[in-house]
Design a protein around this ligand. Structure first.
Ligand code: NAP
Length: 532
């Protein structure tokens, strides 16, 4: 049994930053990481085309000006290997590795009331005790397993994008079937299509795919960004999804149709989330503006995709942003290739896997390789996958059976001194700034426990109830409320049997950061402290 002050689960963006913070408080801390390296998402998701959708200069930490100055991003949108290299660099630069235990998966954590500590067990049989347990297991880290009948009879090879082999997969000349059409599949398809013999994409729900328009950064641009540190992070702090995008300062209502079209066209040319946030400020909350942008994208799909039947099948019919829109590079264009076909499984679900392919209705999609890009049990998945038990013997899985219950998306009532980074009911937004603000709050909370000579803290039940009600209001005020009709992970609707509810904070990142500030300034009065 090893005695520590704190344990952090996961060595991704959140875990690395948490280690640094806790160390700064003088706490003896270890990070337990299931993977063979640091990086979290960026360690596991090595599928072809994996790339961040956030601009590089905001997809990083802001705690150190030196770190910011010395790191050069090659592209506007950083690729998987670039983000992994960055996080590896941070681990070295901040001397974090000596406190990271790799290839060690936390399996259980139990709170012992009398000792006021967490007892943590790993798959290697190691046992630890610690006062503070920080879950940095990731927002999208528990993949949905392919549970199709007959998969074990498949004579070809199959892969999950989120567990892609580090050495890559040679698809040259082979017939590949991709199951899924979310942000992951959208990145995989165009790359795989370049070498595969044939690619069939099996789509259940189409998505609004916005052109990513990734490009290399020029030296001058990099220098200007470096000089603009304060400005970038000010912009990020104030943007609804914590992205470095200024507000459009206009809405579509009242503008002539030609002007609306021109603005949307410019957004499309700029690419990335600029299409959503630099065009009109109310796309998330005003169904009329949203419908204009959605129709604009459908027109683009019909213009790009030559076969009208394929184009129609690719056109979403729900509000833009009810599902998380992917960014794509030549995604729609791929369907004009001779070696790419689309199979719409919305009307007839995948019936199972045969030795030679995938059964859909009365036909089989023959293939040599199946790529499953089925998504994740978002938010609650990471902690629910472990046996986490509070003082009363209640597991977090039971606690969240009807949906997540947290305060600030960081703490859960009945689970003292358990802190979450990017947990359920925290904002879905550009992850690094959310992580850094959450970690800052956690550090201050631990300081408060120590200053009050308390042993633990946990949110009051009324704070948890209030947070859930507030988050529901945010969802109800936006088009995200339609997510339950289209299996959106935003509301937990993508996982069979998961109750749909406000899984994330959609009230805007700036609002969230202000709520964290307010909580700290109040001396954490929405929390209950326990004393010996
Ligand atoms: P996803 O968006 O949840 O997509 C999963 C896909 O699998 C959906 O198309 C889904 O169809 C399909 N699917 C699941 N079960 C199926 C079944 N039984 N039969 C047929 N189709 C099935 O997952 P993802 O693409 O991995 O993306 C998840 C999130 O990760 C993204 O929204 C994004 O936030 C993040 N991500 C980010 C990036 C980036 O920054 N560039 C890249 C990849 C992922 P339905 O829609 O019909 O359920």
């Amino acid at each position: 049994m090893k005695q520590l002050d704190a344990i952090v689960i996961g060595a991704g963006f959140g875990g690395l930053r948490a280690l640094l913070e806790l160390r700064g408080l003088g706490l003896e801390t270890k990070v337990l990481e299931a993977g063979g390296g640091v990086g979290g998402t960026w360690y596991w998701n090595r599928y072809p085309g994996a790339r961040s959708d956030s601009e590089a200069w905001s997809y990083c930490y802001s705690f150190s000006r030196e770190l910011w100055n010395e790191w050069d991003w090659p592209d506007r949108l950083p690729g998987q290997s670039d983000v992994l290299a960055y996080l590896d660099h941070v681990a070295d630069r901040m001397d974090l590795r000596k406190d990271i235990v790799l290839e060690t998966r936390v399996t259980r954590a139990e709170y012992r009331e009398r000792q006021a500590d967490w007892q943590v067990e790993t798959d290697l049989g190691d046992r630890y005790r610690c006062r503070y347990l920080v879950s940095a297991g990731g927002i999208l880290s528990v993949p949905i397993q392919p549970a199709f009948d007959g998969l074990d009879t498949f004579e070809g090879d199959w892969y999950m994008t989120s567990r892609w082999p580090a050495g890559g997969v040679d698809v040259a000349g082979r017939r590949v079937a991709i199951v899924g059409s979310g942000a992951t599949a959208v990145q995989v398809l165009p790359i795989v299509a370049k070498t595969a013999g044939h690619v069939t994409l099996l789509q259940r729900t189409p998505n609004y795919v916005i052109p990513a328009r990734n490009r290399p950064l020029e030296d001058g641009e990099r220098e200007a960004l470096k000089a603009g540190f304060e400005e970038v992070w000010r912009e990020v702090r104030n943007q609804v999804f914590a992205l470095p995008i200024p507000p459009a300062n206009r809405v579509a209502d009242g503008l002539p149709p030609g002007e609306i079209e021109r603005i949307l066209e410019r957004g499309w040319e700029r690419g990335g989330f600029q299409f959503i946030f630099e065009t009109f400020d109310d796309l998330l909350v005003n169904e009329r503006s949203n419908a204009l942008a959605a129709e604009f994208i459908r027109k683009k799909i019909r213009t790009i995709v030559v076969d009208p039947a394929v184009a129609e099948a690719l056109c979403p019919r729900y509000p833009l942003m009810a599902k998380r829109p992917p960014l794509g590079t030549e995604y729609y264009e791929s369907f004009n290739r001779d070696n790419v076909s689309l199979v719409d499984v919305s009307g007839s679900p995948i019936g199972g896997i045969t030795p030679t392919g995938i059964r859909v209705a009365d036909r089989t999609v023959d293939c040599d390789v199946i790529v499953f890009a089925l998504g994740f049990d978002a938010g609650t998945g990471a902690l629910s996958a472990l046996e986490v038990t509070g003082p009363g013997g209640v597991t977090i899985r039971d606690k969240w059976r009807e949906g997540p219950r947290t305060h600030l998306g960081i703490m859960v009532d009945g689970f003292p001194n358990l802190f979450m980074i990017s947990g359920p009911q925290s904002p879905f937004a550009n992850i690094p700034p959310v992580v850094e603000n959450s970690v800052d709050w956690i550090g201050k909370a631990i300081l408060a426990i120590r200053e009050k000579r308390a042993v633990s803290m946990e949110p009051k039940e009324e704070s948890v109830a209030g947070w859930a009600a507030l988050l529901k209001q945010y969802v109800d005020a936006t088009v995200i409320r339609h997510g339950s009709d289209v299996r959106s992970w935003f509301v937990g609707a993508n996982v069979e049997g998961k109750p749909t509810s406000a899984q994330f904070h959609f009230g805007g990142a700036a609002t969230y950061f202000a709520q964290l500030e307010q909580s700290m300034e109040s001396g954490f009065d929405e929390f209950r402290f326990r004393y010996r």
